[in-house]
Design a protein around this ligand. Structure first.
Ligand SMILES: Nc1nc2c(c(=O)[nH]1)N[C@H]1C(S)=C(S)[C@@H](COP(=O)(O)O)O[C@H]1N2
Ligand SMILES: [Mo]
Length: 542
């Protein structure tokens, strides 16, 4: 027993000291390998396009493959930061695996190289899985993996030629001299290893940073966007009535400024669409397929129109809603020019990055102001909001009406085609549900007891809002004072004076749409076609 124990003890000590001796250089080798692979991949993406960079490709594939409930969770908890969280997660995972691969590689180089190759394959597969991918998209991942593999082999061999220190006996077989002959003599000692490691880390940093900056520069369309001149619209929106916005501190602006407008999309890197090269195709079940340049789109009669846009993922009381003054060409006019064939009931918008969004043809043609929008609040569409052209159809959630970076319109049927979110379980079509929100007071605010003014917004886009009611502590509903309406396609602001005793209070709000339907109290999840329920805030009067 003693002997056995002693043997195990010695073996454990050996493994431990072996592990210790190799943990640090192994981790360094792994991280340098991964860094160089990612860096070379980023540099190669300068040629093959921003979405072919390995981490971006893997992240984009992950977004498309993520089960809907997890995606809902991410949107709920990380909001617009969800993409940052995802990329951080990808880099962290890569880092952990890289450390392990480096340590393993010191013992078995083949396994380490195999892991690097596997990662290259995953990156290449992810790049190919993009809906708009081309064969060349695999190169950044493959070149990155090749660079990483070479770096790993060189570093491992160089490290193995260090003189063995007596305190860390090596259980691995002595390296055979043949591979060493491929390394120059200077690399076959500790100093040589350090030089190689520092050089590898430097090369990783340079290729990564230079690649990233060059990609941003080469594909950035901000300068072209700044040169776009939007012609004066032939149909102007009426001036905003003076009374659309009650002057209450903390109440949302009536027109949401562009920088504060919510953004929801699956784009890990913003599509950079060159307006000079942009075209819009209209095809499918039409008599005359059309193709339009940006200049031709701008030359059409332009319509200015105020519209509230909201997201199906908006929770009761949530922030994914905003109102803007848009300018665009009439969607219905263009479709009529193309000649819609009988039976076409779905209009599918495609973006340059392959997003698909399906809208009922019937609604587009029923007289509402659907736009091929080119401007938002007095400037060309911001890149994040779809530059150079997006679709808008008032009355529907964004995922079934508001394709950004639009390049293609296809007339088809609902029976024949499911768009992106429909493939993931959401409803084929989803009219905006009547909703209302308390902006003031904020949740858990402390307010002076006595008279207070509550204020907020309510929307039933395209139907319009006829009434808003507020109550405290489950008491009788009181009619709020409605601010002036802009159009049925925009939200409506409201205020309500309340008198509160000292103590804790729960305020609730509900709206009635212009058809007389009262917003339902029944709670529904955002999936599969939008949340319902009354928004409430709990406050303390003191
Ligand atoms: N190309 C593209 N268009 C898109 C999306 C997208 O992911 N990709 N998301 C849609 C969704 S879900 C919404 S709610 C709106 C949001 O528009 P915004 O980001 O301009 O507010 O865009 C829609 N258009
Ligand atoms: Mo959305």
């Amino acid at each position: 027993m003693r002997r056995l124990g002693g043997t195990i003890g010695t073996a454990a000590a050996r493994v431990a000291s072996w592990g210790k001796a190799r943990a640090l250089p192994g981790a360094a080798i792994g991280l340098i390998t991964a860094g160089l692979a990612v860096g070379v991949g980023e540099s190669a993406a300068v040629w093959f396009g921003p979405r072919t960079a390995p981490a971006i490709a893997v992240g984009s594939a992950a977004i498309d493959l993520t089960p809907t409930p997890l995606k809902e969770y991410a949107v709920r908890n990380f909001g617009t930061d969800d993409k940052l969280v995802l990329l951080t997660g990808i880099y962290a995972t890569l880092g952990v695996i890289a450390v392990a691969a480096g340590i393993v590689a010191l013992r078995r180089l083949g396994i380490g190289i195999g892991l690097v190759a596997a990662f290259g394959a995953v990156g290449a597969w992810a790049a190919l899985s993009r809906p708009t991918s081309a064969g060349g998209d695999v190169w950044p991942s493959l070149l990155g993996a090749a660079a990483g593999g070479v770096a790993m082999a060189v570093l491992v061999r160089s490290y193995q030629y260090q003189p063995k220190s007596p305190s860390s006996p090596s259980p691995s077989p002595s390296p055979s001299p043949s591979p060493s002959s491929r390394l120059p003599l200077w690399a076959q000692n500790r100093r040589g290893f350090l030089v190689l490691a520092v050089g590898g880390a430097g090369a990783a940093a340079v290729t990564g940073l230079v690649g990233r900056v060059a990609v941003d520069r080469r594909y950035d369309v901000a300068v072209k966007r700044s040169r776009v001149r939007i012609p004066a619209p032939s149909v102007r929106a009426p001036a905003l009535p003076a009374g659309v916005h009650p002057n209450v501190a903390g109440l949302s602006d009536f027109i949401t400024p562009n920088p504060g407008f919510y953004r929801v999309d699956t784009a890990l890197v913003l599509p950079q669409v060159d307006p000079d090269a942009w075209t819009l195709r209209i095809r499918g079940m039409v008599d005359h397929p059309l193709e339009l340049s940006f200049a031709e789109l701008l030359a059409r009669p332009l319509i200015e129109h105020d519209q509230t846009l909201s997201c199906v993922s908006n929770e009761v009381g949530g922030p994914y809603v905003g109102t803007a003054r848009w300018i665009g060409a009439s969607l219905a006019d263009l479709l009529r020019e193309a000649g819609i064939r009988r039976g076409a009931d779905q209009l599918v918008g495609r973006s340059i990055d392959g997003m698909t969004i399906g809208t009922p043809v019937e609604s587009v043609l029923d007289g509402r102001t659907g736009l091929l929008a080119v401007a938002m609040n007095g400037e060309a569409l911001p890149i994040a909001h779809g530059f150079p052209c997006r679709m808008l159809v008032p009355g529907f959630f964004g995922y079934v009406s508001a394709t950004k970076w639009l390049v293609d319109l296809e007339l088809t049927t609902f029976a024949g085609y499911d768009s992106y979110w429909v493939q993931r379980g959401y409803s084929q079509t989803a009219p905006v549900k009547t909703a209302s929100r308390i902006d003031v007071p904020k949740p858990f605010a402390r307010v002076p007891a006595g008279a207070i003014t509550a204020a907020g917004v309510a929307w039933a886009t395209h139907r319009g809002i006829d009434a808003v009611e507020v109550r405290s502590d489950g008491g009788p509903w009181r009619l709020a004072r409605l601010a002036q309406a802009d159009t049925p396609d925009t939200w409506r602001q409201w205020t309500c004076e309340l008198t509160l005793e000292p103590g804790l209070h729960k305020l609730e709000v509900r709206a009635t749409d212009a058809g007389g339907a009262v917003q339902t109290e029944a709670r529904a999840d955002t999936f599969p076609n939008g949340a319902t329920g009354w928004h409430s805030v709990v406050i303390t009067a003191t």
